[in-house]
Design a protein around this ligand. Sequence first.
Ligand SMILES: Nc1nc2c(c(=O)[nH]1)N[C@H]1C(S)=C(S)[C@@H](COP(=O)(O)O)O[C@H]1N2
Ligand SMILES: [Mo]
Length: 207
Amino acid sequence: MNVTRGFTGRARPQDVSGAPGPVLPPGQYDARQDWPVLSAEVTPALTAEDWTFRIDGLVARPRTWDWAQAHELPGSAYEGALHCVTGWSRFGMRFSGVSLDAFLDEVRPGASATHAVAYSHTGYTANLPLADLTGGRAWIAFDHDGRPLTPEHGGPARLLVPYLYFWKSAKWIAGLHLLDHDEPGFWERNGYHDRGNPWEEQRYSGD
Ligand SMILES: Nc1nc2c(c(=O)[nH]1)N[C@H]1C(S)=C(S)[C@@H](COP(=O)(O)O)O[C@H]1N2
Ligand SMILES: [Mo]
């Protein structure tokens, strides 16, 4: 873990495991209570039966998965922190779903693919370098704490890129479009940082 500004959060008092406490990125606070909902759109009425996930653009074999097909891929879990650019972080968040690596292995990104635009069934977009979506860093999440994601939190499926600010984790994920260049998404066109690495405190464009 790369803590760039010498800032370390204190361990949560309830952490009695003896393990080192969770570390807060600079300028973040530990939201210990409920998990806030932040949506630019109205929560869509999207069911698992309606949900699809597509990867296209600079790939050898573009593909769309439906719910059953996505669940045939090996399961993968994330347990750890999330960091919202508005300041809250939450520790010990448990998600399960499928690693994006498993989806990308099937479509085979071309050598020229460097970036992706993630888009939601609602039209929300977020851009990411492909390197932030591979190597076990990103998931399509279906469950939180062993229960299906609620519609407010992006159910039936959301992108999860926990190592970047949470706005990159598009709820109601519909697909990834792979590009050989960077194309800003919804918040990135509206003043937020292009990459959004919380450890570098990349909140706004120019940070
Ligand atoms: N489709 C969509 N995805 C989204 C958002 C959104 O408004 N629409 N907000 C982003 C932001 S800013 C955050 S902090 C998280 C919030 O997820 P939550 O509502 O589950 O906490 O979702 C991200 N993904
Ligand atoms: Mo956010």
